[in-house]
Write a protein that binds this ligand. Sequence first.
Ligand SMILES: Cc1cc2nc3c(=O)[nH]c(=O)nc-3n(C[C@H](O)[C@H](O)[C@H](O)COP(=O)(O)OP(=O)(O)OC[C@H]3O[C@@H](n4cnc5c(N)ncnc54)[C@H](O)[C@@H]3O)c2cc1C
Length: 381
Amino acid sequence: MTRILDAAVLGAGLAGSSLAKALADKGWETLLLDRQSFPRHKVCGEFLSPESQSTLHALGINESIAGLGHREIERIRIIFENGAEIELSLPGKAWGLSRYALDSALHIAAMQAGARLQTGATVTAVHKADNGYIIHAKQGGKAFTFEARAVISAMGASQRSGLPGNRSSASIKSSYIGVKSHFRGIAMEPVIELYFFRGGYLGLCPIEGGLVNASALLEHETAVHEGKTILAILNGVAKRNPKLSEKLMHAVPVIGSQAAVAPVYLNRKPLAWDQLPLLGDAMTMIPPLCGDGMSMALRSAAICAPLADSYLRGSLSQADWQHTYSKEINLEFKRPLRWGSLLQWLFETPALSRWLPDAARLAPNVAQGLVHATRLKPFRQ
Ligand SMILES: Cc1cc2nc3c(=O)[nH]c(=O)nc-3n(C[C@H](O)[C@H](O)[C@H](O)COP(=O)(O)OP(=O)(O)OC[C@H]3O[C@@H](n4cnc5c(N)ncnc54)[C@H](O)[C@@H]3O)c2cc1C
C-alpha cells in the first residue's frame, strides 16, 4: 500500500515554502514540490515591504532571513518621464533582498522544520481520491504520482490549464512582461526608486552585497520593440526616462542574474479556493507597483496554516476550511487590492499621471494615505 502524506504544498515560492514550514512545525509530514531548481533568479522588485515584518514574525521565519545581508529602505521615490519627482516615507523599514537568497533561505527553514523539498518536479494534475488527493507530476521526463490528505496550491501567477487556480486569459484584460537584472555600480540611498515612462515602469531597489535590482513591468509592445534580450530591453526602456538613463550610465549587469516572465496578468479578482486552497499569486496579484505581493503571499500562508492544521487534526471540515479561508482572505485583501488597482490606473493614464507630482505636493497626506491604503494591516494571530 502507498503511504499517504499529510500535506503536499505545490510551488516552493514564498507562499508555498512558508506554509510548508508552518505545517512541518506542527509535525505534519509535508512535501514541498517545485518545477524549478534553486537557487534561481526571479522577476521581482525584491522590495520586502515594512508590512511583511509582522507576517514573517508570525511564521517564525524572520530570523532565517535577517542574516542574509538585506539593505534597509526608508523611502520611495517616484520619477516621471518629464523629470518630476514624488518622494514618500515608508511606515517602517522595508528590506531590499534578492529572491535568489530569500527563497533559498525559506527552503532551508522548511527543511529544518522537517518538510521534504523536491525540486525539478512539475505538477501536471491533481485528482480527488478516497483519502485525500492523488498528485501527478513529472521529473526528468518521468511521470510519478503520490497521495496526500491535504493539498495546497501555491504555484504562482502563471498557471497551466487544468490545474487549480488557472483562469482563462480571455477573462483577464491586459497582460504585461516582467524583466529583471542585478547591477553593480549604481549608487543608491536607502530608497526604492520607481521610474515611469511610456509603456511601463522600472524599479531600482538596493539589495545585499552592494548590488541593485532593476525590475521592469512593460506592456508587451514596449518589450518587443526594445529588443530580444533582457539587457537590451532594460537598456532600451531606460532611454525613455532621462533620469533613469543617467542613473544607469555606469551600471554593470551581474552575469546570470537576468530573468523574464510573461504574461503577467493584473487585476485578477482574488480566488482563495478552486478545488484546493490557493496561496499567494495563485490566488491574486496586487499590481507590482504597490510592492506588496510578497507580503500578500506570506500573509495567505499565515492565514491558511492554522486552518490546514485543524483540518489535518480532524477538528475542521474541508467545507469549513474553505469558508473561513475565503472569508479571511476577502477581509484582509479586498481594500489593498482595490486601492492598488486605482493606483495602477492613475499611473497608467498619461493625462492623469502628468498631474500627480503637483497633486502630491499640494496634498502630501493624500498621497501618503493612498500608498498606505494599498497595504495590509499588521498581522494578528
Ligand atoms: C515585475 C514585478 C515586480 C515585483 N516587485 C515586487 C516587489 O518589489 N515587492 C513585492 O512584495 N512583490 C513584488 N512582485 C510580486 C511578487 O514577486 C509575487 O507576489 C510573489 O513572488 C508571489 O509569491 P508566490 O509564492 O505566490 O509565487 P512564486 O514566488 O511565483 O512561486 C510559485 C512557484 O510555483 C512553481 N510552480 C509553478 N507551476 C508549477 C507546477 N506546475 N509544478 C510545480 N511547481 C510549479 C514555480 O516554479 C514557483 O517557484 C513583483 C512582481 C513582478 C512581476
